[in-house]
Design a protein around this ligand. Structure first.
Ligand code: IVH
Length: 665
């Protein structure tokens, strides 16, 4: 019993600290203290699985179990709002309400319209039991596991909350997180998200909730529904909800006149640009719940609320052509070339078209007048076409089918938005791109070898892969335009010095698709050498923390190619680092010396959690069964091939319950 109450104490404390940090932005403890308490709770929950609770603060990190998004009907349909775009239309709405209420006095609650993806949260007895997307308005996807990873969504409420109710709101990706995510995706040549809204809706539907946790989403709640609500006005319900622990925006104003509504709109039209999240308008709602009921709904939206949409900062200009850029991994990005136009203080001549699907969706023709927007994203983008201005129809823009640089037919992997040029051996931008990546600061950090020099080296036939760089001589370098003896020596010195660059950076420098700096670090430190990496199979790789299937496939494909093995052999001969210490403190604990293979599906914890548990208790995770395997932690539906192999090698199988019992004793 003591353990149970200790666990309960820790949970309450952590949830309160979480609330102070993520909802009130006013932490009262240090990160260290928070992490300590979290680690202790995790330890206790691992040791006493009988006290597991899906609403425990430990669950906010998510799991790698694949979500199945069951469809769940909404108790109350999730409707959308009518839109207005002018002060006049806002006035029309106000007077419509006035007339419908026969001149009765009414107030309007003005709120920001958050530009993310909507979510409906159900709480029973103060506990989060369900989170559902809007879906078609009648039914949505059950994304409860993913919603638990959103730090400012309370899992357990405090105060005097109703027994059973729903909160609706918007899931958002803050600008800062969005910019970082896109910058990372750009480095790894993954298709970029067009805006934080798409990023939020894409993230909340990821299959794996531990990935969702990494997306650092936030939520604002703006609508309470239930048979018994704490107050009879919308405004008072929101204020009450705040006391239960919900993140309710401060930008909510109770307006007593149309003028006050207009003041709110005018103020936020500019002030919103300073907000950490995207907003695209204002929502106006009749305050009294009784008046809302009397006003009722049309088929699509309530008569008691309306959205006023801000004008996005956008400009109209002519689309002159579309060009295509090929990156180092062969990914092809379409770019619109425009008549120069002034947009938020800068001249814009080019804008991204993201990928083939976006071009298709816009139905573009050369010569079209297109809308360019710069919503705070790094690169301006085309968001629409002025169809009324389409006079003389030019050519329809169709995404190219062959590489603009080398003519090879492009390929697209199942489920991916990007098209790739597969000709990695002879497509110039891929060859040059790989060398530019190799010498870059975070990779081999070779001084003096910039883009222009690489271009020259390639066009003169002096280097066509990264190993060729190590064959360069001073006379060759010094003979290049703009490069003298001094710069040549500097490059050679820097190449010489790059022999000391640690393995993890060399691995990153190779430019294997999806192997960014942090993945390279994990692979290097876990496997310790290029030989171990080259011989690892898919199962062995995915057994490593944070290594998913696409990375594993990309790595095995890379090492299956003789040309890559030859390249590595040459780099090795030049003295580059292809091995490092396996970072592993001496393992102690009840599982020390044990090598364990996890297989099948588990009921009590996710695979990821079992992997972590094994590591923490001193054991080692392995991806495939061998004579060295101590036992297989076997869940439901373990593959027959694995079961046979275990039997053949005499490796025992241990069930989930047995395992938990063993480790807790
Ligand atoms: S109230 C029945 N309030 O806008 C009214 N919606 O076009 C329910 N939204 O689906 C919605 N901020 O995703 C409401 N402060 C706010 C909002 C808001 C953003 C979104 C929401 C809704 C859409 C309607």
């Amino acid at each position: 019993m003591e353990t149970a109450s200790h666990i309960q104490d820790l949970r309450e404390k952590l949830e309160r600290w979480n609330y102070e940090y993520y909802v009130q932005s006013a932490p009262t403890v240090s990160d260290f203290e928070f992490d300590q308490a979290m680690a202790e709770l995790k330890r206790l929950e691992d040791a006493y699985p009988q006290y597991a609770d899906p609403n425990s603060p430990t669950q906010r990190v998510g799991s790698d179990l694949s979500n199945d998004f069951r469809q769940i009907p909404h108790r109350w349909p999730m409707l959308s709002l009518g839109n207005t775009y002018s002060a006049e239309e806002v006035g029309d709405f106000y007077h419509r309400v006035e007339r419908a209420l026969n001149g009765e006095a009414f107030d309007i609650v003005a709120e920001l319209k958050y530009d993310g993806t909507s979510i409906s949260l159900t709480y029973e007895q103060g506990r989060l039991v369900r989170a559902v997307t809007r879906g078609d308005g009648e039914k949505g996807d059950d994304i409860t596991a993913n919603a638990r990873t959103i730090r400012n969504i309370p899992m357990v409420l405090h105060g005097d909350f109703p027994a059973d109710f729903e909160m609706r709101g918007e899931v958002l990706m803050p600008w800062k997180v969005f910019d970082e995510l896109n910058a990372q995706r750009e480095r790894e040549e993954e298709p970029l998200f067009a805006n934080p809204r798409n990023a939020a809706s894409g993230s909340i539907k990821l299959q794996n909730s531990s990935q969702v946790a990494k997306r650092r989403l936030e939520c604002y709640l703006y609508y309470m529904l239930g048979d018994e609500l704490p107050a009879d006005t919308h405004y008072a319900c929101l204020q009450e909800a705040r006391t239960y622990g919900f993140p309710i925006s401060d930008a909510v104003r109770l307006c007593h006149s149309l003028q006050e509504v207009m003041d709110f709109i005018q103020y936020w039209d500019t002030a919103r640009k300073q907000l950490p999240v995207a907003t695209d308008g204002i929502v106006l709602k009749v305050n009294s719940l009784d008046q809302q009921r009397r006003l009722g709904f049309t088929a699509k939206s309530p008569r008691w609320a309306i959205a006023y949409k801000f004008q996005a900062e956008r400009a109209l200009t002519r689309l002159n052509s579309v060009s295509y850029q090929v990156g180092r991994t062969g990914a092809v990005t379409p770019v619109a070339n425009l008549d120069p136009v002034l947009l938020s203080g800068t001249i814009v001549k080019r804008a991204t078209l993201h990928n083939a699907d976006i071009i298709e969706g816009l139905d573009l023709y050369i010569g079209d007048q297109v809308y360019v927007e710069k919503g705070g994203e790094i690169i301006p983008k085309i968001t629409g076409v002025d169809l009324d201005a389409r006079l003389l129809v030019g050519d329809k823009v169709r995404f190219i089918r062959t590489c603009p640089e080398c003519g090879t037919p492009l390929v697209r992997a199942e489920g991916e938005a990007a098209w790739y040029c597969p000709n990695d051996t002879a497509c110039p931008p891929q060859i040059k791109g790989r060398m530019i990546h190799f010498v870059s600061r975070k990779a081999m950090n070779i001084d003096g070898l910039g883009e222009e020099t690489i271009d020259l080296l390639y066009s003169r036939g002096l280097a066509s892969n990264v190993a060729d760089l190590y064959d360069l001589t001073l006379p060759q370098l010094a003979s290049l335009d703009r490069l003298g003896d001094k710069s040549g020596r500097r490059i050679l010195r820097s190449l010489e010095k790059s022999r000391e660059v640690p393995f993890e950076r060399v691995l990153f420098a190779l430019g294997i698709r999806y192997v960014g700096a942090s993945v390279a670090k994990i692979l290097a430190r876990t496997l310790g050498s290029i030989e171990a990496l080259a011989s690892a199979d898919r199962a062995g790789l995915t057994a490593i923390d944070e290594i998913g299937e696409s990375i594993a496939d990309s790595v095995t494909e890379y090492f299956a190619q003789a040309k890559h093995l030859e390249l590595i052999a040459r780099l090795k001969a030049y003295g580059l680092q292809f091995a490092c210490e396996i970072s592993d403190e001496p393992r102690t604990g009840p599982l020390s010396g044990k090598t364990i293979v996890i297989s099948g599906v588990f009921a009590r914890h996710s695979r990821e959690e079992y992997k972590q548990m094994i590591e923490r208790l001193g054991g080692r995770n392995a991806g495939s069964i061998s004579a060295k395997t101590s036992f297989v932690l076997a869940g439901e539906n373990m593959g027959p091939a694995k079961a046979e192999k275990a039997l053949a090698l005499g490796v025992p199988l241990m069930s989930e319950d047995e395992f938990l019992k063993n480790i807790s004793s």
